[in-house]
Design a protein. Structure first.
Ligand SMILES: NC(=O)c1ccc[n+]([C@@H]2O[C@H](COP(=O)([O-])OP(=O)(O)OC[C@H]3O[C@@H](n4cnc5c(N)ncnc54)[C@H](O)[C@@H]3O)[C@@H](O)[C@H]2O)c1
Length: 384
């Protein structure tokens, strides 16, 4: 069994996502397990070169994780024909320019979402990728979470009957940064000029979650809010939060399914997980979090009676059955990386390309427009 090398130029690995999910939990983990197994028994070993503005910082990271190569010179890295893939998890604002440069240098590309903060730029880079015939992918990590994979299993088994509606609750309290509690998210998330805003961040995710699990998104109505207009940044300085920190959205899906998803960095959690999806179908309902999923079949559905004169006697939380973990669920980012590497090397099927990424940007853009214009908007089909 042979092992082949795959040279990957990794940009943005000093950031939260780049470091934790892509470098440590994905590429370093894949290297430790001996590479990605192909269908013929061969393996692919990623050989990354870490790229960042600060040469010393990326060199230190490389050393820490047993990686031989790092640089602060992206242009030089792109000139190396032995590194055939470019990956980007740095700032959203620069993404399409970097992808364009890499594609023009003949590289395959893989990147974080959103692929841009503007649909026209997202489509232009998807078009370029198609014209140049390179392989491309975008992170759609939520689909690889155990909780959502369980929803997919319920779908495939016909558990729901006809799906009627989906209610998603995403969010948690992000500290303002004052009274001794530093914020848990970088301050750029709250500045428009830096690609911030929860609509741009989360509607990209909801697009692929809804399209893939419940039905293609046909229309959107979205109300955003900036509940907390001033926050404290990483350096202890007050700044103006000029983008939405909560979004209250409703979607019409193919097949008549209604989806409502609240996304908020300004809510305190009293639910099983930081995101939950409650799905009601004619034959059964399910509630999935990141990891767990609970079901209630029509034959197990209790008969509550509305009586405001008596305290509730039914324990609704106890009336659901948890789905078992019948398989081992690896880190979702890693699973997606492995899928992309198989797509690169043995042409394995791959759906999550830049056009799918553009669809996320499209929904975010329409969500913002719906909010600004206070109206429902249809979601046109995208093509490149
Ligand atoms: N898939 C997900 O669930 C998910 C979650 C969070 C963030 N993201 C996306 O990942 C990307 C990074 O987000 P993050 O939370 O890791 O942010 P972060 O602020 O932690 O990291 C940003 C990275 O970009 C680099 N960078 C910033 N400005 C730069 C510049 N001018 N030139 C070169 N490099 C620059 C930083 O050095 C750092 O490596 C964003 O596009 C974000 O939307 C995705």
């Amino acid at each position: 069994m042979a092992t082949q090398r795959l040279g990957i130029i990794m940009n943005g690995v000093t950031g939260r996502m780049g470091l934790n999910q892509h470098l440590v939990r994905s590429i370093v983990a894949i290297r430790k397990q001996g590479g990605v197994l192909l269908s013929n028994g061969d393996r692919v070993m990623p050989d990354p070169i870490l790229v960042g503005r600060n040469a010393e910082r990326v060199a230190a990271l490389a050393k820490q994780y047993g990686i031989e190569r790092s640089t602060s010179d992206l242009d030089a890295a792109l000139k190396n024909p032995d590194d055939t893939v470019f990956f980007d998890a740095a700032t959203t604002q620069m993404r399409t320019d970097l992808l364009t440069k890499a594609i023009n240098a003949g590289k395959h590309v893989y990147c974080e979402k959103p692929i841009s903060d503007q649909l026209d730029k997202a489509l232009a880079v998807a078009k370029l990728a198609k014209e140049k015939g390179i392989k491309h992918g975008v992170v759609q990590d939520k689909l690889f979470l155990p909780g959502l994979r369980k929803i997919q299993l319920l779908n495939e088994s016909g558990f729901f009957g006809k799906i009627l509606s989906v209610r998603g609750e995403f969010g948690y309290w992000v500290f303002e940064g004052d009274w001794g509690q530093p914020a848990q998210r970088p301050s750029w998330n709250y500045r428009k000029a830096d690609g911030g805003g929860i609509i741009l961040d989360m509607l990209c995710h909801w697009r692929y979650v809804l399209d893939n699990l419940f039905g293609n998104v046909k229309a959107v109505s979205c109300l955003g809010a900036t509940h907390i207009p001033s926050r404290i940044d990483e350096n202890g300085k007050a700044y103006k939060a000029d983008v939405d920190d909560a979004a209250y959205a409703t979607f019409e899906l193919e097949g008549g399914v209604i989806a409502q998803i609240n996304s908020s960095w300004v809510t305190r959690v009293k639910r099983d997980d930081l995101v939950t999806f409650h799905d009601d179908g004619t034959h059964g309902s399910a509630v999935a979090g990141l990891t767990r999923c609970y079901t209630q079949h029509r034959v197990n559905t209790p008969r509550p009676v509305w009586n405001p004169d008596e305290p509730q006697t039914m324990k609704f939380q106890d009336q659901w059955e948890e789905m078992p973990d019948n398989t081992v669920y690896d880190n979702g980012f890693k699973v997606q990386w492995e899928g992309f590497i198989r797509h690169l090397v043995e042409d394995a099927p791959w759906k999550f390309d830049l056009l799918e990424g553009a669809k996320g940007v499209q929904l975010a853009e329409l969500g913002l427009k719906s909010w600004a214009e206070r109206r429902w908007l249809d979601v046109p089909e995208l093509k490149v």
